[in-house]
Design a protein around this ligand. Structure first.
Ligand code: AGP
Length: 607
């Protein structure tokens, strides 16, 4: 997963490209690079690691060209080093690539036999050699690209720069997202609207198979036959303001503290507190009376939000739910039922696995609803029904506020389903709506536990392993708690259904082993307490996260965090906060890179 940027204009290209790369760094920070034409000659500047390394390189060796392409990398093939950094250049052509060329080995062998000399370990370098081969045959740049594309298997978004062609950037897309932007005498390419926001709000998105011919005068679109296409520009809502951390040290903790407000705003879209009802956008034309089954598909934290929602759809609407990790969805021989509603959940709306599953379901006639945080994203545009979460830009790689906003939206959907299907009475609905309306207040109070959580984190930081456990909706929350800790502290952590521990994992327990027990005072509390005592009996160090009611009943835990008592339906939204803060403070103790943890990227745009 990487980003793509292209700029052609009157002024130097390096500065606007760098600015766009800052906005795309969430897609990868293994290395970054820029190529421009300096007096017609292809010139590159690349640096391993964070974008700031490239910035300092450009300060020492500035570029002045009026046309250029740029790329932040997340390594798929070839180690993160300067040599494997994009743009790749072969003779007079340079290319930046987002995606994976699945047949790169065969192409590399064939090109080597034809005399090509490879200098990187990447899959992407084959693209530059293929185009160069066509140029050598006398093809014009646009035709050279069009001739090379059919040879590529896999996913790609590409931008090409050609020596001696001061007024031409060629873009192409298959699978990975690519957009172009319109300016006055300036034109741009970018992986998404976020990258182009400071430059323009007039954007066209390329569809699969499109080639974009970008000059200072305008942008032309061609299909694989070279026929001209219309891709009318649309105004985007992308904000040009680069999100700031404010008084916070890291984006992650800023985003944790954003939650009372953004969850409140997300809920305000879907609940009418006066009438005590859920309001699903009319445009959705969604009535659960003719829906007999729900499937939920997503990745990572979004998948855990889906796992929690399954309990809600079953409990409040009596609806059977299939739930899949997106990267496995297509390998299941799913019997698609026409009365099924296929729900896809994503913060970025660009996660390749989830996108591919969405297209898979759509191609089989499924009604597709997506819960998405980035409004202009590919997933938002590809769905028949799109329910936005209003978390705002989420910069920290570890997802926090997007998760609780996804839960808020899915809870409203499950209640609407229960109402439409006659499972929930108007009184039941009103009770649940009022409970949801109180979430911001519960969250604000949960955040007051931060000092105590900071102390507990010291203990976790001293361990190399940790376990999280819970029952019911607290089980997926345990998975999420473990994921947060893994992502930003690199401590090995696992989430478990509390009842499952005694079937094996309890063998791991000793006095060095921290076990986080998630147990609000709900119907599963007593059983979870038994599981906690099984751990205590083996000297495990238990950190109990419960509410006042639970705290008054629980004894023997190494440490207890007591949140306010709250209705069962809202507990997953609120109990997520101490788990996020526990991971955050443990990372602070360990001094890891909280916002840009190693080996990760915010949006996974490759399969
Ligand atoms: C969560 O903290 C991670 N960043 C990751 O698991 C993420 O949830 C997953 O990649 C899905 O991303 P999406 O919501 O943008 O589709």
């Amino acid at each position: 997963m990487c980003g793509i940027v292209g700029f052609i204009g009157r002024g130097p290209a390096a500065a606007p490209i760098l600015d766009a790369l800052r906005r795309l760094e969430y897609r990868g920070y293994d290395s970054a690079g820029i190529a421009t034409l300096e007096r017609g000659l292809l010139t590159r500047r690349r640096a391993v690691g964070k974008l700031k390394n490239l910035e300092s390189r450009l300060t020492c060796e500035p570029l002045d060209g009026r046309i250029g392409i740029g790329h932040p990398r997340w390594a798929t093939h070839g180690r993160p080093n300067e040599n494997n950094a994009h743009p790749h250049a072969v003779d007079g052509v340079a290319v930046v690539h987002n995606g994976i060329i699945e047949n790169h080995r065969e192409l590399r062998k064939e090109l080597k036999l034809a005399g090509a000399r490879f200098v990187t370990d990447t899959d992407s370098e084959v693209i530059a050699h293929l185009v160069n081969q066509q140029l050598k045959k006398g093809c014009e740049p646009i035709d050279a690209v069009r001739a090379a594309l059919p040879r590529l298997e896999g996913a790609f978004a590409l931008a090409f720069l050609f020596e001696g062609h001061e007024n031409l950037i060629v873009g192409a897309r298959k699978g990975s997202p690519l957009a172009v932007g319109y300016g006055q005498g300036e034109m741009y390419l970018g992986s998404d609207a976020i990258a182009l926001a400071p430059l323009t709000d007039m954007i066209s998105y390329l569809e699969d198979g499109d080639v974009a011919v970008v000059t200072r005068q305008g942008i032309d679109f061609l299909n694989s036959k070279g026929e001209h296409l219309r891709r009318p520009p649309a105004k985007t809502a992308g904000s040009s303001v680069l999100v700031q951390k404010g008084k916070h040290e890291h984006f992650m903790v800023k985003e944790i503290y954003d939650q009372p407000k953004v969850v409140g705003e997300t809920l305000a879209q879907y609940i009418d507190i006066v009438s005590g009802t859920i309001k699903v956008p009319k445009a959705a034309k969604l009535n659960f009376r003719d829906i007999n089954r729900v499937s939920i598909t997503a990745c990572g934290t979004a998948f855990y939000a889906g796992l929690i929602a399954r309990y809600w759809f079953e409990r409040y609407a009596g609806l059977p739910v299939d739930i899949d990790i997106a990267s496995e969805f297509r390998y299941r021989n799913v019997a698609f039922d026409s009365s099924n509603l296929a729900i896809f959940v994503s913060q970025s709306g660009e996660t390749a696995d989830t996108l591919a599953s969405l297209e898979f379901a759509k191609a089989r006639g499924q009604r597709v609803l997506s819960v998405v945080n980035v409004l202009g994203s590919t997933m938002a545009r590809a769905s028949q029904i799109m329910l936005p979460t209003l978390a705002g830009p989420e910069i920290g790689v570890a997802s926090t506020k997007a998760f609780t906003c996804q839960l808020a939206t899915l809870a409203c959907l499950a209640i609407a389903a229960g109402r439409d299907r006659g499972v929930l009475s108007a009184e039941d609905e009103a009770l649940l709506v009022r409970a949801l309306a109180d979430v911001p207040r519960y969250m604000t109070s949960a955040l007051e536990l931060e000092p105590k959580i900071g102390e507990l984190a010291r203990n976790i930081a001293a361990s190399r392993n940790a376990l999280f456990m819970g029952r019911g909706t607290n089980y997926p929350l345990a998975l999420e708690g473990a994921l947060k800790l893994k992502e930003i502290t690199y401590i090995h952590a696992e989430g478990y259904a509390a009842g499952e521990l005694k079937h094996g994992p309890i063998a791991l327990i000793d006095k060095e082993f921290p076990v986080v027990v998630i147990a609000p005072g709900d119907s599963s509390f007593e059983k979870t307490m038994s599981n906690m005592h099984e751990v205590i009996a083996r000297e495990g160090r238990t950190i109990l996260i419960t509410d006042h009611k639970g705290a008054s009943l629980a004894a023997g835990s190494w440490s207890t965090l007591a949140l306010q008592d709250m209705p069962t339906i809202v507990a997953p939204l609120v109990f997520a906060l101490p788990l996020q803060l526990l991971a955050y403070h443990t990372a602070l103790v360990l001094g890891t890179d909280v916002d840009q943890p190693r080996n990760l990227a915010k949006s996974v745009t490759v399969e």
